[in-house]
Write a protein that binds this ligand. Structure first.
Ligand code: NAP
Ligand code: F7E
Length: 323
């Protein structure tokens, strides 16, 4: 039985990846940090099948212990301060978690389990102000937020440990991927949850920021498979994972209102400077040709299906909560 350690197991991707690896018959370990109230909402349905190990990206010893205890064949480093907007109000913490946290994980792996395979959660935010379209593994980076800058550091330190110590380390450059488990502050979930509330008469309006930003949105459940595939290759390499299609925030809004039969969405949507960013990433679209050829990966859930499944899941959730 293969063994995997997932950092960030309580997050969106961590929960889908844990499910996926269990379906492949892995023994799954997850790193969790201490909280004063439990935050196992996304993994409660599989909690009896996985083993949680306490630890924090800020604490080197706890990472070394987690790797030593789990003795993993594969390490998936998904933990990070992942919300771009927060990275301006907490830039140092974002650097500590998202950038240096990766070095700490790599260093602990090098010391304790150098033959493990390591996956780093790199991001399309590294492309920021895009230097070419569509973006590939070869597109130069120009990050536009402290988060993006931290991810560029983490990306290069992952490559550096591969080149310096001959470790099996890979970076997946994943474009935005969403699901009903997405945090409520990210724009897609904010919209699907807001539209569900408006539909149920629990909210009158939805206040958003820049409606013109365009993103290449896929489904998280599809993207965790790509992470696993990268670690099944004979050689470590980096891959872009994306749908190859992009849509504006406004298009997401329109599609979400359409799911509940509302066409005059402008009646409900307001914008506020509060949700604009100091430096915006206007336009992202990925080219996943390399992953398609080398990994045989392709996305399964379309944009329209993603919007529908998120809005419908939020309606169900709100109905359940109000019972
Ligand atoms: P998420 O839902 O925000 O989950 C982040 C996870 O990291 C949570 O489990 C969180 O734990 C954990 N974490 C944060 N700080 C930590 C610390 N100091 N020590 C230990 N654990 C810590 O993020 P996601 O959407 O699943 O994304 C997973 C990874 O992929 C992240 O690295 C993200 O930056 C990257 N990424 C995401 C996307 C996307 O579109 N989703 C695209 C590209 C890259 P708590 O539950 O305790 O907060
Ligand atoms: O913003 C615009 C906002 O916060 C998307 C993370 O998973 O994907 C994610 O980062 C766009 C931006 O995601 C609101 O200005 C408008 O242009 O959903 P988001 P993100 O910043 O793209 C990447 C790949 C990651 O790696 C990150 O970890 O939507 N927008 N109005 C808004 N955004 C938010 N959050 N809220 C609004 O009201």
């Amino acid at each position: 039985m293969k063994r995997a350690l997932i950092t960030g197991i309580t997050g969106q991707d961590g929960s889908y990846l844990a499910e996926f690896l269990l379906s492949k018959n892995y023994k799954v370990f997850g790193l969790t940090r201490r909280t004063s109230t439990p935050n196992y909402e996304r993994i409660k349905h599989i909690q009896d099948q996985i083993e949680l190990i306490p630890g924090d990206l800020l604490d080197q010893q706890s990472l070394t212990s987690a790797i030593s205890l789990s003795n993993p064949d594969e390490i998936y480093n998904l933990a990070a301060q992942s919300f771009v907007a927060t990275s301006w109000s907490q830039p140092v913490l974002t650097g500590e978690f998202t950038a240096l946290g990766t070095t700490r994980m790599l260093e602990s792996m090098r010391q304790v389990k150098p033959d493990a395979k390591f996956y780093q959660a790199s991001s399309s935010e590294m492309f920021g102000e895009v230097q070419e379209t569509p973006q590939t593994e070869k597109t130069p980076f120009h990050p536009r937020s402290p988060y993006g800058v931290a991810k560029v550091y983490a990306h290069w330190i992952t490559i550096n440990y591969r080149e310096s110590y001959d470790l099996f380390t890979v970076s997946g450059i994943l474009f935005n991927h969403e699901s009903p488990r997405r945090g409520l502050e990210f724009v897609t979930r904010k919209i699907s949850h807001g539209v569900a509330k408006i539909h149920l008469g629990q909210q009158d309006s939805l206040i958003l920021g820049n409606l013109d930003a365009k993103r290449d949105w896929g489904f998280s459940g599809d993207y965790v498979e790509a992470m696993w595939l990268m670690l099944q290759q004979s050689k470590p390499d980096d891959y872009v994972i994306a749908t190859g299609e992009n849509h504006s925030v406004q298009e997401f809004v329109e599609a979400a209102f359409k799911v509940v039969g509302i066409t005059n969405w402008k009646k409900y949507v307001k914008t506020s400077k509060e949700f604009y960013r100091p430096a915006e990433v206007d336009f992202l679209i990925g080219d996943a040709t390399k992953a398609k050829k080398a990994l045989g990966w392709k996305p399964k859930v379309s944009f329209a299906d993603l919007v529908k499944l998120m809005v419908e899941a939020d309606i169900k959730l709100l109905q359940k909560n109000s019972q």
